[in-house]
Design a protein around this ligand. Structure first.
Ligand code: SME
Length: 159
């Protein structure tokens, strides 16, 4: 039904196309689970070199697994624990080149080596985090971070 053909030559265009596709995908749909599920599928299919893409939701001050693509993952993460918990506690993006050196990193999948976690905030409150994992060390650079922050801004109004 949805067939977004995103084959950009450079990262800036890739993320611009991805943001447009995400906006189209969530337009007019108020259900947060549906929008997170489609967002995870779109991101996982579009960005090369990922082994996991998905969401942890803020449920009463604890991160709880949401829609994702990839291997089954840990379900509950306390704020402050691991990379996702650090993003939740600080409301700051966590871009980690080598998760094996990150204190408290939660190894859901031993194949993961780098990670990008973007807090999704609406009216100052954490709604969820977008978590991307890669088997490659230093998979995510500043352009990936900026592109995913933009995706987070779109999702803040859709989940
Ligand atoms: N590695 C993460 C846990 C979530 S999984 O990667 C899906 C962390 O340390 O927060």
């Amino acid at each position: 039904m949805y067939d977004f053909k995103i084959a950009a030559a450079d990262k800036a265009t890739l993320y611009a196309d991805l943001a447009s596709a995400l906006e189209a995908l969530v337009a007019g749909e108020p259900d947060p689970i549906a929008n997170m599920a489609n967002a995870a599928a779109l991101i996982f299919e579009t960005l090369p070199g990922l082994n996991w893409a998905g969401f942890y939701r803020n449920v009463g001050g604890e991160l709880v697994l949401g829609p994702f693509q990839g291997r089954a993952a840990c379900i509950r993460i306390p704020f402050g624990k691991g990379v996702c918990g650090a993003a939740a506690a600080t409301l700051e993006v966590q871009r980690v080149d080598d998760v094996n050196t990150f204190p408290g990193h939660i190894a859901c999948d031993s194949a993961s080596n780098s990670e990008l976690v973007v807090p999704i905030v609406r009216e100052g409150k954490l709604i969820a985090v977008l978590d991307l994992d890669s088997p490659s060390v230093a998979r995510f650079d500043a352009e990936d971070e900026a592109g995913c922050v933009k995706l987070g801004q779109i999702l803040a109004l859709a989940i």
